[in-house]
Design a binder for this molecule. Structure first.
Ligand SMILES: *[C@@H]1O[C@H](CO)[C@@H](O)[C@H](O)[C@H]1NC(C)=O
Ligand SMILES: *[C@@H]1O[C@H](CO)[C@@H](O)[C@H](O)[C@H]1NC(C)=O
Ligand SMILES: *[C@@H]1O[C@H](CO)[C@@H](O)[C@H](O)[C@H]1NC(C)=O
Ligand SMILES: *[C@@H]1O[C@H](CO)[C@@H](O)[C@H](O)[C@H]1NC(C)=O
Ligand SMILES: *[C@@H]1O[C@H](CO)[C@@H](O)[C@H](O)[C@H]1NC(C)=O
Ligand SMILES: *[C@@H]1O[C@H](CO)[C@@H](O)[C@H](O)[C@H]1NC(C)=O
Ligand SMILES: *[C@@H]1O[C@H](CO)[C@@H](O)[C@H](O)[C@H]1NC(C)=O
Ligand SMILES: *[C@@H]1O[C@H](CO)[C@@H](O)[C@H](O)[C@H]1NC(C)=O
Ligand SMILES: *[C@@H]1O[C@H](CO)[C@@H](O)[C@H](O)[C@H]1NC(C)=O
Ligand SMILES: *[C@@H]1O[C@H](CO)[C@@H](O)[C@H](O)[C@H]1NC(C)=O
Ligand SMILES: *[C@@H]1O[C@H](CO)[C@@H](O)[C@H](O)[C@H]1NC(C)=O
Ligand SMILES: *[C@@H]1O[C@H](CO)[C@@H](O)[C@H](O)[C@H]1NC(C)=O
Length: 596
């Protein structure tokens, strides 16, 4: 009896340790990224299963990137050998454990707002294209990736009306360019709460919990595909309760943007409004909780907030961490089709019409977007920093709509072809011959803007581009910002506009690759980069001109003395013109008065 008990205790302990990383058992042979030379190795048919190994390893690498971005105490079976435990005391200033989660981008700050968008995006994609994760044997890593983020988001929501929106300080962090062992402290924890609310941040976090709850509850959004196989009803209900509380927090407090309450977050991620997040949160929560009342709420919010103005070609919004309206109409169309019982009582918005107005606008070039000469979809303004992200998010909406709402085949094909052109561009079919994913091909970026990978000495930012000569670690699977509007890419470490990595940059590509794998007809073909010749990337002449690097802007900065002299001259000339103008107006008025 005693012996049996002891044995079962041992067994339980073993199970506990072996599953403490992921709830789903990880594959027997750990997936690790192959080195970049794999990207030019053709794989012959005898070596292929149903999926070309380049596609499955691309999916694997995109997930591996998130593991490299982990904060907190890392598990003993970590796959990124060069990462260390870090920021394990996060939250101590608030008397809480806020360790864990993910570093947002190339530095060491944790931001809840874009993290929530990324988690929502990945869960939504895994609902739509789950078969891709399953057949690439990546579902356990997906589960692991999501839980590392969601378990932290749960900690960041310690009571119904409190949500931590940032841990770490941008200013302090921007001055530090070292590895994960010397991250500067103290790291401040910033919150929204009942007296200092933030409608958008609470609603976006709610939408992340709802989308992921729907995934773990196996709620399908398409008649032709199933969510990834990671169903766990108890986890789904934990996520749902956080989604509901955050939705109440968002709707039951003064409505305002979260940076009104936490101005430091606005330095990096200022939200332009909260009405789109509120509406998207209602819609995702209606799906997760099977509520027709919340569905109706979303319909009336969409109308009352005039979100259709953000859909119409000409004034159309980008879909990203800040802009949600294009996602609302596509999700609305999916829910209305798959769950007519939710939608039947509220028919005053036809999501199909709304979604197709937006998506046709992109594909037919009817709106404010255009294609670069090399074929990248460009939203003026929104694409100027991190150009691949708006294009990939649009490609994902097109793919999702085409495959779940099943429009007529000509329209469906035009959506899928357009989306594939953006995917191909990202994978190397571009004037630079660069697959914009680190470590995937010999032409992939060598200099991503990432403190964690660079191996520089901590405060040597002045020499960021040259020291060290080669980055110490390869940040496999990281999608970089992307090229400029003339398709040029410099692979320059200081150029965070083109070269930074971020949680939300990887998110849409993950779902697009999962779709490609799910659609086996294309996944048995090699991705476009395999045929791109090694060494065919030629760094453009001159240098960039963007928000990070000004040396290529042509206008050379004036010395301070010249600026002052110029200002004085302009002022004097202005006064003279003003004097003459006034004199002339007075004369003219007198004359006309005389005539009148
Ligand atoms: C993985 O290993 C376990 C135990 O060693 C075994 O039962 C299982 O069949 C293996 N799975 C695969 C897919 O090989
Ligand atoms: C990359 O992997 C290939 C095998 O796929 C191996 O031959 C080569 O030595 C590796 N190169 C480096 C730099 O590790
Ligand atoms: C397939 O590739 C392997 C490894 O590159 C090679 O050994 C084998 O001969 C190839 N088979 C065919 C049929 O080309
Ligand atoms: C997934 O795992 C199965 C079973 O181990 C294997 O037969 C298959 O080739 C794997 N597929 C990929 C894409 O790795
Ligand atoms: C992790 O620690 C080791 C020393 O134990 C160090 O060599 C490595 O660079 C550290 N990793 C990072 C990302 O700083
Ligand atoms: C509520 O949030 C504001 C803004 O972050 C903060 O200044 C305040 O201390 C918080 N209130 C409590 C009770 O923690
Ligand atoms: C998930 O739902 C699909 C049908 O939509 C079903 O085929 C599948 O078996 C379900 N998976 C689980 C684990 O319940
Ligand atoms: C489901 O998730 C819960 C919460 O994370 C976990 O405790 C449980 O082991 C999971 N169940 C299965 C079957 O994976
Ligand atoms: C909504 O807010 C009011 C006061 O602002 C508070 O009394 C009430 O308990 C809140 N309701 C919920 C469900 O949190
Ligand atoms: C929405 O508009 C489409 C296209 O005109 C139409 O086919 C569909 O029946 C409409 N749906 C509803 C619910 O009215
Ligand atoms: C994308 O690339 C693949 C592989 O090279 C090619 O077969 C396909 O036609 C391309 N699609 C588009 C829309 O350019
Ligand atoms: C798979 O891709 C092909 C080519 O893009 C497309 O024609 C087909 O409709 C896709 N199938 C599905 C199920 O998406």
């Amino acid at each position: 009896m005693h012996a049996v008990r002891l044995l079962s205790t041992l067994f339980v302990t073993f199970v506990y340790f072996s599953t403490s990383l992921a709830q789903l058992p990880l594959p027997n042979s750990t997936y690790l990224p192959p080195n970049a030379s794999f990207g030019v190795q053709h794989v012959n048919d005898s070596q292929k299963s149903s999926v070309d190994p380049h596609w499955s390893s691309l999916l694997g690498n995109l997930l591996w990137f998130y593991e490299a971005q982990r904060s907190g105490k890392l598990p003993s079976n970590k796959r990124v050998p060069w990462r260390n435990d870090s920021a394990v005391e996060d939250g101590r200033d608030a008397g809480l454990d806020l360790s864990g989660g993910y570093y947002d981008a190339g530095d060491y700050v944790k931001y809840t707002y874009p993290l929530s968008f990324s988690l929502m995006s990945i869960c939504w994609g895994a609902v739509d294209f789950g078969g891709g994760y399953d057949s690439a044997n990546q579902t356990a890593y997906l589960d692991d990736m999501l839980r590392w983020g969601l378990d932290w988001l749960i900690k960041a929501h310690p009571s119904p009306n409190t949500l931590f929106v940032q841990v770490g300080d941008g200013d302090v962090d921007n001055a530090y360019w070292g590895g994960d062992l010397g991250i500067p402290t103290p790291r401040t924890s910033y919150q929204i709460n009942e007296t200092s609310p933030g409608t958008d941040a609470a609603a976006q976090a709610s939408a992340a919990f709802s989308a992921c709850s729907a995934l773990y509850a196996n709620h399908s959004l398409s008649s032709v595909s199933n969510p990834a196989s990671l169903t766990n009803i108890s986890y789904a209900s934990t996520l749902l309760s956080h989604a509901q509380q955050l939705y109440t927090f968002a709707t039951n407090t003064t409505e305002r943007t979260y940076q009104t309450s936490v101005p430091v977050s606005g330095q990096a991620y200022a939200s332009s409004g909260f009405t789109d997040e509120l509406t998207l949160a209602s819609l995702f929560l209606s799906l997760a909780s099977n509520s027709s009342q919340l569905y109706s709420q979303a319909v009336s919010d969409y109308q009352n907030f005039h979100l259709d103005e953000q859909i119409r070609p000409g004034s159309e919004s980008v879909f990203n961490w800040d802009g949600k309206s294009p996602g609302i109409v596509v999700l609305g169309a999916q829910i209305a089709k798959m769950y007519p019982n939710l939608a039947s009582s509220s028919t005053s918005v036809n999501w199909t019409l709304e979604a197709e107005d937006y998506l046709d606008g992109i594909v037919k070039g009817r709106g404010r977007t255009f294609l670069t000469d090399g074929g990248l979809l460009w939203y003026p303004g929104d694409s100027n920093d991190a150009s691949l992200n708006p294009a990939l998010n649009a490609a994902l909406l097109l793919t999702r709509y085409a495959t779940s709402n099943l429009p007529p085949s000509s329209q469906r094909n035009s959506y899928l072809t357009f989306a594939q052109s953006q995917l191909n561009y990202t994978l190397g079919a571009n004037p630079m011959n660069v697959p914009y994913i680190v470590g995937t091909h010999p032409n992939s970026p060598q200099n991503p803007h990432s403190a964690i990978a660079t191996g520089a000495s901590p405060y040597d930012i002045a020499n960021i581009d040259t020291v060290p000569e080669h980055e110490r670690y390869v940040l496999y699977g990281a999608v970089v910002g992307g090229p400029d509007t003339r398709d040029r890419f410099w692979d320059l470490r200081s150029d965070w506009v083109q070269g930074e990595v971020a949680l939300d940059y990887n998110a849409p590509l993950l779902s697009l690759v999962a779709y490609t794998i799910m659609n086996q007809t294309t996944a048995t073909q090699e991705p476009v980069f395999v045929s791109i010749e090694e060494g065919s990337y030629v760094k453009p002449k001159n240098s960039p001109c963007d928000d990070a690097v000004k040396t290529g802007c042509g206008i050379h900065p004036w010395p301070k003395g010249a600026k002052i002299a110029f200002a004085v001259v302009i002022t004097i000339v202005g006064l003279i013109i003003l004097g003459f103008g006034t004199y002339w107006i007075v004369l003219a008025t007198r004359n006309s008065t005389k005539v009148g």
